[in-house]
Design a protein around this ligand. Sequence first.
Ligand SMILES: C[S@@+](CC[C@H](N)C(=O)[O-])C[C@H]1O[C@@H](n2cnc3c(N)ncnc32)[C@H](O)[C@@H]1O
Length: 273
Amino acid sequence: MTKPNAPLSLAFRPFGNSLARASGDGNALPMAETHFDAWIASRYRTLWPEIFEPSLLDAAVDFLADLTQGEPALELGIGTGRIALPLSRRGVPVHGIDLSPAMVAELREEAPDAGVDVTIGDFATTAVDATFRLVYLLRNTITNLTTQDEQVACFRNASHHLEPGGFFVIETYIPELRRLPPGETSQVFTATPTHIGVGEYDVAKQIEVSRHWWVIDGALEAFSSSHRYVWPSELDLMARIAGMTLRERWSDWYRAPFTSESRSHISVWQASA
Ligand SMILES: C[S@@+](CC[C@H](N)C(=O)[O-])C[C@H]1O[C@@H](n2cnc3c(N)ncnc32)[C@H](O)[C@@H]1O
């Protein structure tokens, strides 16, 4: 927390590294970017404490472990291992793919002997030489792929890594366009004494730029990231293109029903047996 009247310094942190890649069918895809650099990686838990709430973690891990039946799982965008580490402690072998060496370094530091293997690469196109009972992609990370082609490639890549009858799980938000008044392009999505978040929408391009300002140790930190928001119906179509069928859709990890008022969803698609 900042002391009252303490002078604030302002730091703006632009996007991080990028890698070139191609889709599986040889078509060029845009540059893959990750803004999850060392600054974000070391503060991941501090910046988003709500996603580390123990009962939420337990519910997510229970849900995923049930689908694996103890067989191996692949996490796309494994990050710091927030879910992968407790899932592997349940006896599920977990492999990860992530573009950010900084996020993976945090995972290694937290649990050097966890036995969670990670491949550094773009989860839309990177292949791991194994198949899995479960592939999962959490915390809105599908929206980090900012074109439809990349999101379709991601579904194909997930399907490519599934055993027959295996499951692909996505956790992501419902686009908040119902909260955007006519003529407006911005909306506040969080406002606390230490964190302001504003989404800026380009509805023609289906892109939302999330702008964050945090007060951390007396300094004002600014950070932005671009997202291609996507509705469940479009994800279902991507799943069909990739040979998968919707099996379950819930509002949250506690299996609350998915309704018109749901602000997020957990969807489970299944590869054919
Ligand atoms: C919001 S974090 C989620 C981390 C973790 N899954 C969790 O639930 O805490 C998103 C992660 O996905 C990674 N990421 C984003 N786009 C990626 C891409 N195209 N390929 C691989 N990793 C990506 C980021 O580096 C970051 O570690």
